[in-house]
Design a protein. Structure first.
Length: 213
């Protein structure tokens, strides 16, 4: 039986100090390649409310869902032009829904926003059909640019290389995906206790190393 890590309440997608990054002008229909409502899938009530407030202020018609079950019910009832989805949801893994949504609508703009921004999850999200991928916390301007396909083609180059903690975390996350997200199997491959691995999987990605001047 596949064992999944315990899903913890994620931190808000928009940090309070990043609210100043919110675009001042409402997004016009002329700025959009597609018209239609936006599906927001986020299990954290705090993050969901913040996202819905920001997106609604920018002129999007937002339909919010707390998990996969409610999101699938919403998709069955109407057609969406945009989707903002977290990977870690209370009732499953967000990539399963990304694949389903892409199969239903090739023109839908899908943006993944998550705090589990490992290299492996980025690759899997893009393969599943996501158009863009943002790490938490992201500014409102970043999200709007991603939804409207206005983000730079290449991300900025980090000021410092990956630290040892991030390198180890990336290795664990990649192995976890290769093991089909089976916690027990992954722990055996790593040679660590299952509970220790669950604690690692429940945490956010390690912060970048500080720039030495």
């Amino acid at each position: 039986m596949t064992m999944r890590p315990q899903v913890v309440e994620s931190l808000p997608i928009f940090a309070p100090e990043l609210y100043d990054d919110q675009p001042s002008n409402m997004v016009l229909d002329a700025d959009r390649e597609s018209t239609g409502p936006l599906l927001l899938v986020e299990s954290s009530a705090c993050s969901r409310a913040s996202l819905q407030r920001v997106l609604t202020a920018q002129g999007f018609e937002v339909i919010a869902a707390a998990g996969l079950q409610r999101a699938r019910a919403a998709v069955a009832q109407q057609r969406f032009a945009y989707v903002v989805i977290n990977l870690r949801l209370g009732d499953g893994y967000g990539l399963d829904l990304v694949k389903q949504l892409r199969q239903c609508n090739a023109r839908m703009r899908i943006v993944v926003v998550t705090d589990t921004d490992s290299f492996a999850s980025v690759v899997l999200a893009l393969r599943a059909g996501a158009d863009d991928y943002l790490a938490q916390p992201a500014g409102a301007g970043e999200l709007i640019d991603a939804l409207l396909d206005r983000a730079p083609t290449l991300p900025p180059v980090p000021d410092t290389p990956l630290g040892l903690g991030r390198t180890c975390w990336e290795h664990i996350m990649r192995l976890h995906e290769q093991c089909g997200r089976n916690v027990t199997h992954t722990a055996q491959r790593l040679g660590i206790h299952r509970r220790s691995l669950q604690r690692i999987l429940g945490k956010r990605a390690p912060l970048p190393r500080p720039l030495q001047r």
